[in-house]
Design a binder for this molecule. Structure first.
Ligand code: ADP
Ligand code: MG
Ligand code: ZN
Length: 615
């Protein structure tokens, strides 16, 4: 916790690099005090005074220097090389005459460093140079991630978005009309602020785009940049989370500093949940992230109403964001960017189709219907897969068939060419899939499917049913929800009704039906037992939604019982429907078994024809 108080006292100081240079400087000093003296000064051997006298006697000594408390002398060995010795000082009156007798020089023997300047350079200059180079490297590494270089720490933190050749505009974003409209206003404000200030309207400070992954949030922000003729800074939330503590906050500061200079402009923070998570008192708090968030909040308060800086941000986890971020004056506008509806999906198909060579007369309506629940990113992927398939098949243009097959590929995986289903297995799969479809058809009296195939997929699915949803709904009645469960039970029910044996093939169905039943009881208030009582809260609506139970263990037991009963009655109902329509079940399954594919029209045609068999 000690870090918390002394950080951020001095705004804008690139602390880490200062630390680095401080340490480097100390290292240089230490080297000079402790290491270099031994390296640069000649080696001196210490000997006793009598040895010294012996060496004079034997005429080996060439020079002597007497100091206050030690005597240094030089001995020339036979090869002519000097060795330096020293010995303690002894008050010896005869020494001088002895030296004279043997013709030894007095004076300085140990050469002082010849050139002070050179010496200084060697012992300080070179190490400092080395550390400086390393430091530059480091700062460059850190700087590069933000698009700055060299020693300019903490500068240029946001990349200015330069609309390049593939400049995006709102035309590239299909559907999402509400979101576009909300952003259009922002863009318009930036280009004509007078019009707004005239009647006193203040521009929104922050606009938050919320929605599941792949719905075009990032794309939308880029399009806003393309539309507005103003500088656009973009940065991802993760880029604030730094190697060094304190960097994130500094980065936020610099980003806003830069933005204010360039105002009017847009700052876009993608994936803001990385830094904007609730500050909590839990054990695993992240100091660095909190600092960054605090700085962001402070900056958002800092700019006055008309500074002309508008903040855009995107996230798919709005529920984890700190409430302080969402209060008026900060991100006071939330724009939901939801999964596209039928019209939206059709539009997205069309927008992306423009980039490919398409056959004439593609039926986009079918494609839109077949991709219920898919995001914009998935649709973009489908179109691209279709173009790849077209090349593989040698089609000059992308065909309807390519597109439909690609939907299956993206959703169910590639066809597994060499997976061999034994005839018995194939038969079970055929009955299973027809079981689902027949139960669905009998409940609603409409074509429940676009197509069923029983060609195994690499994803492990043995059969694949492409459903159609005629009219998409945001609300489902209790009856519809239950009917959905019955349809899901239809596969396993068909196995039991026909073969009086069950297989492992229903694992996925079981998972799904349980999920629905649980949700009915714990979240939708559709159980007789609990009524309007919330028993479960969903944590993460845009990312798959794991939920946590909020009830006593006893209640949880009751929930299990109720869920079990719901599933059982749905299953019973499915068995009932199939038993009543056994003849049709046989007929349809036989058709699917032989053809491996059945379309919605064929299905309805057979269903409504005269019975071939009698039950
Ligand atoms: P997000 O940021 O919401 O996760 P992106 O904006 O990164 O999603 O979208 C990924 C890709 O999906 C885009 O580049 C685009 O090709 C496609 N896409 C998503 N939504 C749309 C849309 N509404 N219109 C056109 N293309 C879309
Ligand atoms: Mg994104
Ligand atoms: Zn199934």
């Amino acid at each position: 916790m000690f870090k918390k108080n002394n950080r951020d006292k001095k705004p804008g100081t690139p602390r880490p690099i200062l630390y680095f240079y401080g340490i480097a400087f100390l290292a240089v000093l230490l080297l000079n005090w402790l290491v270099f003296p031994y390296l640069t000064k000649p080696k001196v051997v210490e000997v006793g005074y009598s040895d010294f006298l012996d060496k004079i006697e034997s005429n080996e000594v060439t020079a002597v220097e007497m100091d206050l408390n030690e005597i240094s002398f030089v001995v020339k060995d036979p090869k002519g090389e000097d060795t330096y010795y020293k010995t303690g000082y002894v008050d010896d009156p005869e020494l001088v005459s002895l030296l004279r007798a043997h013709n030894v020089d007095f004076g300085a023997v140990i050469p002082s460093q010849p050139n002070y300047l050179l010496n200084l350079l060697l012992s300080y200059g070179i190490p400092i140079l080395i550390f400086w180079l390393i430091g530059r490297r480091m700062s460059k590494m850190l700087g590069d991630r933000m698009g700055s270089g060299g020693l300019s720490f903490g500068k240029n933190t946001g990349k200015i978005y330069v609309p390049t050749g593939d400049k995006k505009t709102f035309k590239d974003v299909a559907g999402q009309e509400e979101a576009k409209e909300a952003l259009t206003e922002v863009v318009d404000y930036l280009s004509r602020p007078e019009r707004y200030s005239e009647i006193g309207a203040k521009c929104p400070r922050g606009v938050l785009l919320v929605g599941p992954p792949g719905t075009g949030k990032t794309l939308m922000a880029k399009a806003a940049a393309g539309e507005a003729d103003v500088p656009f800074f973009t940065i991802a939330g993760s880029e604030f989370v730094e190697m060094f503590v304190g960097r994130g906050a500094a980065r936020v500061r610099d980003l806003f500093g830069e933005a204010k200079k360039k105002a009017p402009c847009i700052v876009f923070i993608d994936e803001i949940d990385t830094i904007g998570k609730k500050r909590d008192s839990g054990l695993n708090t992240n100091d660095e992230r909190e600092q960054t968030l605090n700085q962001l909040l402070a900056e958002m308060d800092g700019f006055e109403g008309d500074s002309g800086v508008i903040l855009l941000a995107a996230t798919n986890r709005p529920e984890v964001l700190d409430p302080a971020l969402l209060r008026p004056g900060r991100f006071d506008r939330q724009i939901p960017v939801e999964l596209p509806d039928l019209q939206g999906r059709i539009a997205i198909f069309q927008v992306h189709a423009e980039n490919y060579k398409m056959s004439r007369g593609i039926n986009y309506d079918i494609l839109g219907r077949a991709t219920a629940g898919a995001s914009g990113a998935e649709i973009a992927n489908v179109v691209n897969e279709a173009s790849l398939r077209a090349v593989r098949m040698g089609h000059p243009r992308v065909t309807q068939e390519d597109l439909e097959e690609s939907i299956e590929v993206v959703i169910a995986g590639h066809q597994k060419k060499n997976a061999i289903l034994s005839p018995e297995e194939k038969k079970v799969v055929a009955y299973h899939e027809i079981g689902h479809a027949l139960v669905a058809a009998k409940q609603t009296d409409t074509a429940p499917i676009h197509k069923i195939t029983i060609i195994p997929r690499t994803s492990g699915a043995l059969g694949y049913t492409m459903q159609v949803e005629e009219n998409e709904k945001s609300l489902m009645t209790k009856t519809e929800t239950f009917n959905r469960m019955v349809t899901i039970c239809g596969g396993r029910a068909a196995e039991e009704v026909i073969f009086e044996e069950i297989t492992t093939g229903a694992a996925n169905d079981i998972e799904q039906v349980t999920k629905i039943a649980r949700a009915m009881v714990t979240r939708f208030g559709m159980s007789g037992e609990f009524g309007m009582m919330a028993l479960e809260t969903q944590n993460n609506i845009y990312l798959g939604g794991d939920s946590s139970l909020a009830c006593s263990p006893k209640t949880s037991e009751l929930i299990d019982i109720e869920v079990k009963e719901l599933i059982q009655s749905a299953y019973q109902r499915a068995v009932q429907i199939l038993t009543d329509n056994k003849a049709k079940l046989h007929e349809l399954a036989e058709f699917l078994y032989n053809e491996e594919t059945i379309t919605g029209e064929q299905f309805m045609g057979l269903l409504n024809s005269e019975n071939k068999y009698t039950a």
